[in-house]
Ligand binder design. Structure first.
Ligand code: GLN
Length: 537
């Protein structure tokens, strides 16, 4: 099948991991979008998990959920936050998924007796996945980020697929390679040798990079750029500096100054069109970098040693903070360390309390203590998913007189299962991809905090959970002052809870953090911060 007119950009990384391929990809996509191109970004992850849904957040950080219910890499979150367009299952592919597909086909006899091999069968499946987004006909440009570092054994089939595609006359693509240029303090020099080796390593696999993005802590002068160009078979204007930024949201502006979008379009043989206008983006940056005031939000979770576990919440707080031109300091509080005796001391400087999503028993009583303190002391409170469930448990125990109330996730035989396993989850034995995932509707009651925030009675939000509010207890909760202010219109599952007599107390069963973007900050985060600013001591 011939390809559509879609052009492809592969983004690879060398020298070290964590160079920020996701941010560079998203920033480039933003600039191309601003020039009038429709762009999407895809991530190929070289691990054998079928998706990141079964991964502990300590491994690769947060699992990001798309509207169509795919559990994906956290980079998908950056793509949506930068581009303000939705990603889907097709935007995140893992080695596990590729192999699963090929092996299933083998079992069906689809290979007609042939020996199934990495080349061509695995590489063909990789190429098919890369082309899928282009073939939707929706995109002028598809950016495909290849996870891992060039030279890793696990990324070899991906690099081989890129090599084959570069030689395919039906396929038009370029390769952007990110490397690190370290600064040696002893000699006071920036060193380009790791970059040269990394480009050579890529070349050994048959792939010549077209553009180099050099990550650095110091300015890279023209002489260094010329040297890198000479040794790496790259034109000098295609050697791009990417210096450390004070915020990831500055990177599109820095890449625009460096001309990354222009170089890329020239290499892809596409017209430059109009100079990108990213004024709204720049005004967000101005508000972000010139705060008029500052507030402190306590983020209570059990994975705080790896901040990436809560990256979408972190970014949502930044987006919402910029709306109020307020700097949001996050105090990361480990849920395992919080209990009734120290919560007052730990929370004394907090203007708002956010209890994070999570799974399992570790730290749950700390989260419940956090809710109790925020409720009783009228500190603005935002509970997300497990955070909302903790709010329900706390309220049951202390206001509805159900002293032993719990979630059956933690105590299967609790006397009062105020949170329990959803219908449809009971028979499941497989862990991967079996939660209630993706976007569902929620009907909001008028004259509530949620209604005020959304300004709408019917909303859609993304989910990732197995347990839910037990409607058997709803009447007792309503009588005691906790209200279900948002409910799923078909299944009647409770989606939002609020309480009486509190400046701002909202618990949501869904994940608003997945849909906050730079240009469209999430209304619940915006209002949570508005309340925190108002109540600030
Ligand atoms: N563990 C809870 C559930 O499965 C909450 C999940 C979450 O916080 N994402 O319902």
């Amino acid at each position: 099948m011939p390809d559509s007119k879609t052009k492809y950009i592969f983004v690879t990384g060398g020298v070290t991991s964590s160079l920020g391929k996701g941010i560079i990809s998203a920033s480039l996509a933003k600039l191309l979008q601003a020039r009038g191109y429709s762009v999407t970004i895809q991530k190929l992850d070289p691990y054998i998990n079928v998706d990141p849904g079964t991964l502990n957040p300590y491994e690769h950080g947060e699992c990001y959920v798309t509207e169509d219910g795919a559990e994906t890499d956290l980079d998908s979150g950056h793509y949506e936050r930068y581009l303000d367009t939705k990603t889907s299952q097709a935007n995140n592919v893992t080695t596990g998924r590729i192999y699963q597909h090929v092996i299933n086909k083998e079992r069906e006899g689809a290979f007609l007796g042939k020996t199934v091999q990495v080349i061509p069968h695995i590489t063909d499946e990789i190429k098919r996945r890369v082309r899928l987004l282009g073939r939707t006909g929706k995109y002028d440009i598809v950016i495909t980020e290849i996870g891992g570092t060039v030279g890793d054994i696990e990324s070899l089939p991906y690099i081989e697929a890129v090599r084959q595609l570069k030689w395919d006359p039906e396929f038009s693509c370029i390769v952007i390679h990110l490397t690190l240029v370290p600064f040696l303090a002893a000699s006071g020099e920036l060193k380009t040798k790791p970059t040269q080796h990394s480009v050579k390593q890529l070349l050994e696999s048959g792939v010549q990079a077209d553009v180099l993005v050099l990550r650095t802590e110091h300015n890279i002068n023209d002489e260094i750029k010329r040297k890198v160009a000479l040794f790496c078979n790259i034109s000098p204007e295609a050697v791009i500096e990417s210096k450390n930024a004070s915020t990831i949201y500055e990177v599109p502006v820095m890449m625009q100054d460096e001309g990354l979008d222009r170089v890329v379009l020239n290499k892809l043989d596409l017209p430059l069109r109009e100079e990108p206008e990213i004024n709204e983006w720049k005004s967000f940056l101005t508000r972000l970098k010139n705060p008029k005031q500052s507030i402190t939000i306590g983020l209570i979770g059990k994975y705080i040693e790896l901040k990436d576990s809560y990256i979408s919440i972190h970014e949502s707080l930044i987006h919402a903070g910029a709306v109020h031109q307020t700097s949001v300091k996050i105090k990361w509080i480990h849920s395992e360390t919080i209990h009734a005796d120290n919560v007052a001391e730990e929370f004394k400087d907090l203007d708002g309390v956010l209890v994070a999503p999570g799974f399992g028993e570790r730290g749950i009583e700390g989260k419940i203590s956090a809710v109790k303190y925020a409720r009783e002391n009228k500190i603005p409170f935002f509970g997300i998913c497990l955070g909302m469930q903790c709010a329900v448990i706390e309220f049951a125990r202390n206001k509805v007189n159900l002293t032993n109330a719990h979630t059956t996730e933690i105590d299967e035989n609790t006397e009062d299962p105020v949170i329990f396993l959803m219908e449809g989850q009971k028979e499941l034995t497989n862990k991967g991809g079996t939660m209630r995932l993706g976007a569902y509707e929620c009907q909001i009651e008028a004259d509530t905090l949620a209604h005020k925030a959304y300004g709408s009675e019917l909303i859609t939000e993304r989910h990732r959970h197995r347990f839910e509010f037990n409607n058997k207890y709803l009447e007792g909760f309503e009588a005691a002052g906790m209200h279900a202010t948002g409910v799923n219109p078909t299944g009647k599952m409770v989606e939002i809870v609020e309480i009486d007599d509190h400046p701002w107390f909202v618990g949501v069963q869904f994940h608003p953090e997945y849909s906050s973007t730079v240009l469209n900050p999430h209304p619940l985060f915006v209002d949570f911060l508005a309340a925190s600013i108002k109540e600030k001591k």
